[in-house]
Structure formats: structure tokens, C-alpha cells
Ligand binder design. Structure first.
Ligand code: GDP
Length: 424
């Protein structure tokens, strides 16, 4: 098994970070291929607890090469701060261990400005953006109005390119939103400061990956967010602005010809969702608060309380199909320890009809969940390491989910620490 992708099956926050941290041991290279600083992967290991926003989760392993591919939104400011924070905890970060694609576009301060301005304009119709500039960034990328990281090595060309883009950007900032226009000095100072800090890591990562593959190195692709946030297949328009699917990993990583043999989809034992948009199985009130507390469901980037509810089989099955998952890691099973009965959303009712197919986004607004209950196990399962040692009710839950989503569950995590999982 050469290459592997670890991807989210649902709305994100499924626990991908901990799975990447666990699996990197078997891989030589870890690549982030999409997204930016808008989400966080939580990793707990011997160095401490980290919420990684941009750095690949393989950064803690000495012999792993970590790559930020051309598909990411390269936020040099947040990335350099993150590098400092991780270094402060004793992790060695060098250009040998971290490589940034020269073809990755730079997320610039005006992307963040525009994100905030647009969310403010939308007021109660907002999408729930994390205001990290992701949507304006990807829109600009598709308009070919971004600057590539590799351009930092060509200062004269860079200055002119930035000046040209700025002229256009200022029209929008000023004329559409009434905001202060940028001056060339201001944007160039920012580039000088943060561009220089990431420059040592920038290289032709496509070439590196091609050679790594030739040498038989094993590559792990690490996704951000989940299937239901995919720009093309997710809950439009409450998606992110990039493709969160394993199918995009080769393109966004720098090795478009890569074959992915193993796709580990990460599913949480219940559902959570950040931001706006339909969330069919959502719980409210005390029930929600109890689950949110048990699962620590507060945004890694924003600290916002996440929306929570029972596991949604309809959405999860759809997510598994989109990712082409070959196996599943079911995380946070321990969070359900407290429940008397374990609720599962097995079907939706759409327009008065029961369905087990995930509907077209517009229809989701009126979808109702059909909830069924399974027995709870009411005990602490965090210390268990073998599947057969789990209480019967917990095993039954895992087996039920496996059959219902049509994909083998090969890992069950029962605690946040690196070794708190069961391999099946
Ligand atoms: P990601 O973006 O998909 O990596 O997800 P998060 O960063 O939101 O990670 C999920 C959260 O749950 C983090 O705080 C993890 O430390 C924690 N976590 C991961 N696996 C488990 C588990 O099996 N049990 C418990 N209790 N917590 C877990």
C-alpha cells in the first residue's frame, strides 16, 4: 500500500488530525492539498496539545517530510506564527522537513478584509465564514489574480504583479465596500515581513514528490474539513471554497498523476457542524449542551460552540461514497459513554417521503430526521485496546454503523491521546 489519503466524511472536525498523527509513522511524506487557516486539526502528543491550522500533522515526526501543496491557501502570516508556536514547544522545523509549493498562491491581507466585509454586508444571510479570507482567496485564484509563492524569488516582477492586482482589488474594496484602499508600500511591507519568513521552505514540491514516488516513498495526503463542505458536492452554498475530496489530492498536492491506494475516511461517533446551513439531525437545548460538553465541541480556530446531534447515516453514507473511502476510522466513541440510549439518524423525511439518499441542497432545508435508538453502554471505554473487550452495546453500535454506511471500520478511537484507539 503506497499512498494514502485521510479525509473527513462529514462536516469537518471528525478527528482527522489525530488519525494523521497516528498514521504518519508509516509514511515518508505528508501533504496538505487544499484549504487554509480556516480550520484546525487538533493533535495531542509528547510535545503537548496543538491546533494546527496550516502545518501538516506530520510535522512532529522527525523523519517525515511535510508539504503544503499548490492547492492550499497559503497564509504566510498565520503560517509563520504557527511555525513559531510549534517550534517553541521543542519541535524542530527545517526546510528539509517542511516544504511549500512554489505554485501555491499567497493569501493576502485583503482576502481577510474582504471576507469580513462581505459577511457584514450579508448580515443575517451570512454563510458563517471563519473570516480567514478563504472564499475571496479562491475566487481570486480562479480569476488568476493571485501571486504564487515562487514569485517571491523575483522581486521586480513581484512588485509589478502586486501593483497590478492591487489596482483591481482597490476598486472593489473602495467602490463596493467603501473600505480604505491599499497602498503599494503597505502590501509590500507585509510581503517583505511574512514572505521572507516562509521563503526558506518554498521549492518545487512537484519535483520533490515525483522523485519521492520514484524512490518508493510512501505519501500521505491530509485533507481539511469534510465531504459535505466540498465546493462541488457539498451543501451548496454552505461549503468551503476548495475541494475536500480525496479525488482532488493528486491535483492539489503537486503530483497530479498520483494513485491513491488507501482512503481512510474519518467519521465521528456523533455529528457536529460549524457555521450556517442545513444540519438535519441537529439537537438543541440541554440535550445539545450535554453532548457538546462531553465531546468538547468548540471550534479549534474560533472557539465557537459547534452545532451537534446524533450520527447521521444518510449524510455519512453520501460522504463515504464521495470520498471513495476504502476504510473508516470511527472517532470519539467514548464521548457517548454517558448516554442511556444511543440515537442514530437513519433516514430523512423529505416532502413527506422517507428517503435514505442525501438530497439536493435546496431540499435539505425541509428535511426531517428519522431517529432510531440503540442501547448505551454507560461505562468508561477509554482504557480498552481490543475490539472484543468493548461492551456488547458499543460493539453493536460500531457494527451497525459499519453495515449502514457500507465501509469497513478499521480504527475506533476511544480517547484523544495518541494510543487511545482500537485497531480492527
Ligand atoms: P479535525 O479537524 O478533523 O482534526 O478535528 P478536531 O481538531 O476537531 O479534533 C477533534 C477533537 O477531538 C480534538 O480535540 C481531539 O483531540 C479530540 N479527539 C480526537 N479523537 C478523540 C477520541 O477518540 N475521543 C475523545 N474524547 N476526543 C478525541
Amino acid at each position: 500500500m503506497a499512498n494514502c489519503a485521510i479525509v473527513g466524511i462529514n462536516w469537518g472536525d471528525e478527528g482527522k488530525g489525530r488519525m494523521v498523527d497516528l498514521l504518519t509513522e508509516d509514511y515518508d511524506v505528508v501533504v496538505r492539498f487544499q484549504g487554509g487557516g480556516n480550520a484546525g486539526h487538533t493533535v495531542i502528543n509528547e510535545y503537548g496539545k496543538f491546533a494546527l491550522h496550516l502545518l501538516p500533522s506530520g510535522i512532529f515526526r522527525k523523519d517525515t517530510v511535510n508539504i503544503l501543496g499548490n492547492g492550499v491557501a497559503l497564509d504566510a502570516e498565520n503560517l509563520s506564527k504557527e511555525i513559531d508556536e510549534v517550534r517553541e514547544k521543542g519541535v524542530d522545523i527545517t526546510p528539509e522537513g517542511l516544504k511549500i509549493s512554489d505554485r501555491a498562491s499567497l493569501l493576502l491581507p485583503w482576502h481577510r478584509d474582504l471576507d469580513g466585509l462581505e459577511e457584514a454586508r450579508l448580515a443575517d444571510k451570512k454563510y458563517g465564514s471563519t473570516k480567514q479570507g478563504i472564499a475571496p482567496f479562491y475566487s481570486d485564484k480562479y480569476q488568476k489574480k493571485t501571486v504564487l509563492a515562487g514569485e517571491l524569488f523575483y522581486p521586480e516582477h513581484l512588485r509589478q504583479h502586486i501593483a497590478d492586482i492591487m489596482e483591481w482589488k482597490n476598486l472593489i474594496l473602495h467602490n463596493v465596500y467603501g473600505a480604505e484602499p491599499y497602498t503599494l508600500e503597505r502590501i509590500m511591507n507585509w510581503i517583505e515581513e511574512y514572505g521572507n519568513r516562509i521563503k526558506p521552505y518554498i521549492c518545487d514540491t512537484g519535483e520533490f514528490l515525483k522523485n519521492a514516488e520514484k524512490e518508493g516513498k510512501k505519501i500521505l495526503f491530509e485533507a481539511q474539513l469534510g465531504s459535505l463542505r466540498d465546493l462541488d458536492y457539498g451543501i451548496h452554498p454552505y461549503t468551503t471554497s476548495s475541494n475536500t475530496l480525496a479525488a482532488y489530492a493528486p491535483v492539489g498536492s503537486g503530483l497530479p498523476s498520483a494513485k491513491i491506494d488507501r482512503i481512510v475516511g474519518v467519521v465521528k461517533a456523533y455529528s457536529s457542524c460549524v457555521g450556517e446551513g442545513p444540519f438535519t439531525c441537529e439537537w438543541f437545548g440541554d440535550e445539545a449542551e450535554e453532548l457538546r460538553k462531553a465531546g468538547g465541541e468548540y471550534g479549534a480556530k474560533t472557539g465557537r460552540p459547534r452545532r451537534v446531534g446524533p450520527l447521521d447515516i444518510v449524510a455519512t453514507r453520501y460522504g463515504v461514497e464521495l470520498q471513495g473511502a476504502t476504510e473508516i476510522a470511527l472517532t470519539k466513541l467514548d464521548v457517548l459513554n454517558y448516554m442511556e440510549k444511543i440515537p442514530v439518524c437513519t433516514k430523512y423525511i423529505v416532502n413527506g417521503q422517507e428517503t435514505d439518499r442525501f438530497p439536493f441542497p435546496v431540499l435539505l432545508n425541509d428535511a426531517e430526521p428519522v431517529i432510531e435508538y440503540m442501547d448505551g453502554w454507560h461505562c468508561d471505554i477509554t482504557g480498552i485496546r481490543r475490539f472484543e473487550d468493548l461492551p456488547k452495546a458499543a460493539r453493536d453500535y460500531v457494527l451497525y454503523v459499519e453495515q449502514a454506511i457500507g465501509c469497513p471500520i478499521t480504527y475506533v478511537s476511544i480517547g484523544a491521546e495518541r494510543d487511545e484507539y482500537i485497531r480492527r
